[in-house]
Design a protein around this ligand. Structure first.
Ligand code: NAD
Length: 323
């Protein structure tokens, strides 16, 4: 277990995002709303219930001085650093992607090693892989030749995390998330967003035009598994962790046509059309599935949802949202 003393708080950067919003909720349920500080560029969308009065900081993670003030003021002991530009947005704004993703991470790591922060979580991505990486069952240690600026920042970030662990003994932990599916918050400009869009359209009784080819298989994960996996990695004994750049974590793997078929089994009128755009090129350089033996062995990674369970659950909740 990370040994953050009881009074130290948890900081989540990128707290308004697709993952951040759900991770903050899960952490507040575990530790109490006042123990978890959210941070993002904008205030949170109207918070209800116990989170309404919970601490939140509006700032840019590139502002090192302001970030230092937040760590001191709230007595932060654990940081989940999620603030980032994603793959598709990063290709539109490569300079900004480098700046936000690298300066943000460097600020977090530098401040963490000087202050009483004992654990940092930072997510990497399947975008670290590239065209010469084996595509099926991609190994933990393999060729890493990202083609997008996003992937370049993720691989660079992995190496930086491992360096800070080796050089400064900072307990940084990381997962290579695949495409994440959730129904609570809209996705933030990733290449796997099509899956959420397709399910959302189907739940509203509409057809869908997909921006990837029908047979482009990619690794995916349902948000409850991503949250559970993130917390399990952070709960693990530090000595059990053999990977300090970033763990492969597989869950399920499907192509747009397979998702469309799973939807059609539940919504017979649903139809999917295909008009691939520039995101197809990004997807073609990513794995179709990853080998996550290290995560399963070191900290018992065990996702629950398969394609049928995910489709069923997503459609159920998205229909509730439509009502
Ligand atoms: P998102 O785009 O939904 O949310 C990112 C949040 O970061 C946004 O709320 C944004 O306002 C905030 N942010 C951006 N720049 C900032 C800055 N300079 N200062 C402060 N806040 C800033 O992203 P997400 O899907 O929640 O992803 C979170 C993390 O997980 C990212 O590091 C991302 O690379 C990684 N990841 C996500 C996926 C996925 O499928 N969603 C897959 C792999 C990795």
């Amino acid at each position: 277990m990370p040994h953050t003393s009881e009074h130290m708080r948890i900081l989540v950067t990128g707290a308004n995002g697709q993952i951040g919003s759900e991770l903050v909720e899960a952490l507040r349920q575990r530790h109490g709303p006042e123990q978890v500080v959210g941070l993002d560029l904008n205030p949170p969308p109207t918070a209800n219930g116990p989170s309404a009065a919970a601490p939140f900081e509006v700032m840019d993670v590139r502002d090192r001085e302001a970030l230092a003030g937040v760590l001191d003021r709230h007595e932060i002991g654990t940081i989940y650093h999620l603030a980032s530009l994603l793959s598709a947005t990063g290709e539109q704004h490569p300079d900004r992607a480098w700046d936000v993703n690298m300066s943000g991470l460097k600020n977090v790591l530098d401040l963490a090693r000087r202050r009483p922060v004992d654990t940092v979580f930072w997510p990497s991505s399947i975008a670290v892989f590239g065209p010469t990486t084996p595509r099926d069952d991609t190994p933990q240690n393999t060729v890493l030749d990202p083609t997008t600026m996003y992937g370049v920042t993720k691989r660079s970030g992995e190496l930086l995390c491992r360096y800070y662990h080796r050089r400064y003994d900072l307990d940084v932990r990381s997962l290579r998330y695949p495409g994440l599916l959730s129904y609570k918050t809209a996705p933030g400009g990733g290449t796997t967003d099509y899956a959420i869009d397709m399910l959302t359209q189907a739940a509203a009784g509409e057809d869908y035009t997909c921006f990837l080819e029908p047979d482009t298989r990619l690794p995916m994960m349902y948000m409850p598994d991503a949250i559970q996996g993130t917390l399990a990695l952070m709960d693990a004994d530090a000595d059990a962790l053999s990977v300090r750049d970033s763990y492969n974590a597989g869950a399920l793997s499907f192509a747009p046509a397979e998702l469309a078929a799973a939807i059609r089994a539940r919504v017979p009128t649903f139809d999917c059309h295909y008009e691939p755009d520039e995101r197809q090129r990004i997807a073609e350089n990513w794995p179709s599935s990853v080998d996550d033996t290290a995560a399963r062995t070191d900290w018992d990674w065990a996702p629950e949802y398969d394609l049928d369970a995910l489709t069923e659950d997503m459609l159920h909740h998205l229909r509730e949202n439509v009502r």
